[in-house]
Design a binder for this molecule. Structure first.
Ligand SMILES: Cc1cc2nc3c(=O)[nH]c(=O)nc-3n(C[C@H](O)[C@H](O)[C@H](O)COP(=O)(O)OP(=O)(O)OC[C@H]3O[C@@H](n4cnc5c(N)ncnc54)[C@H](O)[C@@H]3O)c2cc1C
Length: 386
């Protein structure tokens, strides 16, 4: 096996990095994950993730973790309502009698990010993850790399795999191609104790998701675990919008005024989101890697997940592509078909780039559809045809 007696370092303990670590350990590979979070109790931010049969769920199946997933996913959190700015419901699958099941290609079960991280962490050998290890830099040493972390420790690895997400600090060692701004910014918020604080929103959500469209703006929200919801206001804006506006979202009164003014055509029921969300709200400008990116394969370094192919979240594909990268890379690295690591990595990269580009293109197009003047009709057509 190509990785026999080799040390593998994965930078980043997100879904991509942890899935890869688990899959490599199933092949008895000596692997360490270096994660900047202080410890495993650090809160994982972000909306729940829907895993797809032919990618995210497939990776979990190969990792032997599908039963754990079934115990921790959020049944019915995939149910959705498509609404307009006046909070009228145009499409809802909450009363569908058809119960989607695992194995059905259209079933996209949702899981909280924290729950997914815990399933993956619990599957790893003790001390696989080195917490509080923020990657800073690396330099070539022998046939591998000497890694340097913010806590002043260093580590030697024969093979480095960058899984450190959108702003990867490892990626520049492979390519200087950078992400471009998609033209869309999302403002992220959370409300805990939703049943008490915002019962109207809780009733509308009914444990599922809402996508509301109007006037080229969106409100997207969904149930998280434990009586909490996450939501996004999503709209077209200049790239500099986030920096220019972030101070507003530290302050309750200014936040509410901003919503009233910017979403002036929207019904007052949505005010509840901005009245009760924990502050600050977080502006997230949405970026995408160029679809035609390529680089020269190296023998001791590669990329997976957002570090490789950041894409807008408008098709719910990011984590699924990331977990499929982990599965495919683990198979290339443990295959007997290659005589060198460089060949195995090159084959993975040639398979990964077009697969990810296809999903990124689809996500960009969906972003346009969701922020068009006729977004509501676009999305009704989309969901009715599926
Ligand atoms: C607003 C928004 C909504 C989204 N919604 C969805 C959705 O509904 N469905 C979906 O599929 N995808 C969604 N995505 C995309 C999804 O979050 C990513 O595609 C997915 O998390 C990628 O996984 P990853 O493991 O590659 O990266 P990440 O999840 O970003 O994990 C990277 C890890 O690396 C660590 N790290 C970063 N830098 C360093 C460093 N220097 N040293 C050490 N560790 C480091 C981080 O702490 C983190 O744990 C959304 C993204 C955004 C921005």
């Amino acid at each position: 096996m190509l990785l026999k007696n080799k040390k593998v370092a994965i930078i980043g303990g997100g879904p991509a990095g942890l899935t890869l670590a688990r899959l490599l350990q199933l092949h008895a590979v000596d692997v360490q994950v270096f994660e900047r979070d202080l410890n495993q109790d650090a809160r994982v931010q972000g909306s729940p993730l829907d895993l797809h049969e032919d990618s995210g769920l497939k990776a979990l199946q190969h990792a032997g973790l599908i039963e754990q997933f079934k115990q921790h996913f959020m049944p019915k959190a995939d149910r959705k309502k498509i609404m307009n700015a006046q909070a009228e419901v145009f499409l809802s699958d909450h009363d569908d009698l058809l119960e989607r099941k695992f194995g059905d290609p259209d079933f996209r079960p949702e899981i909280d990010r924290g729950a997914l991280r815990k399933i993956l962490l619990d599957s790893l050998l003790p001390d696989t993850v080195q917490w509080n290890h923020q990657f800073i830099s690396m330099q070539k040493q022998a046939n591998g790399w000497r890694l340097h972390f913010k806590n002043n420790t260093t580590f030697y690895a024969d093979l480095v795999i960058a899984a450190d997400g959108a702003n990867s600090k490892v990626r520049p060692y492979l390519t200087d191609i950078r992400a471009f701004y998609s033209g869309i910014t999302m403002l992220e918020g959370y409300i805990s104790n939703i049943k008490q604080t915002a019962p109207q929103i809780d009733q509308l959500l009914n444990g599922g998701k809402i996508m509301a469209f109007g006037h080229q703006k969106n409100l997207l929200m969904g149930q998280k675990a434990d009586d909490e919801i996450g939501f996004y206001a999503s709209f077209k804006a200049e790239e500099s919008w986030s920096t220019a506006h972030q101070a507003i979202f530290l302050d309750r009164i200014k936040t509410k005024q901003w919503f009233k003014c910017f979403y002036s055509e929207w019904d007052a029921i949505w005010d509840n989101l901005f009245e009760h969300a924990s502050l600050p709200l977080i502006p997230r400008p949405i970026y995408c890697m160029p679809l035609d990116q390529t680089w020269r394969t190296q023998a001791n370094l590669t990329l997976i997940g957002d570090a490789a192919h950041l894409m807008p979240p408008f098709a719910g594909e990011g984590v699924n592509v990331a977990m499929l990268d982990a599965l495919n890379l683990s198979e290339y690295l443990s295959s007997d078909h290659f005589s060198t690591l460089q060949q195995a990595i090159g084959s993975y990269e040639q398979e990964m780039r077009p697969r990810a580009a296809k999903m990124a293109e689809y996500s960009l197009a969906n972003g346009e559809r969701m922020h068009a003047i006729n977004a509501l009709q676009n999305m009704l057509n989309f969901f009715q045809s599926h």
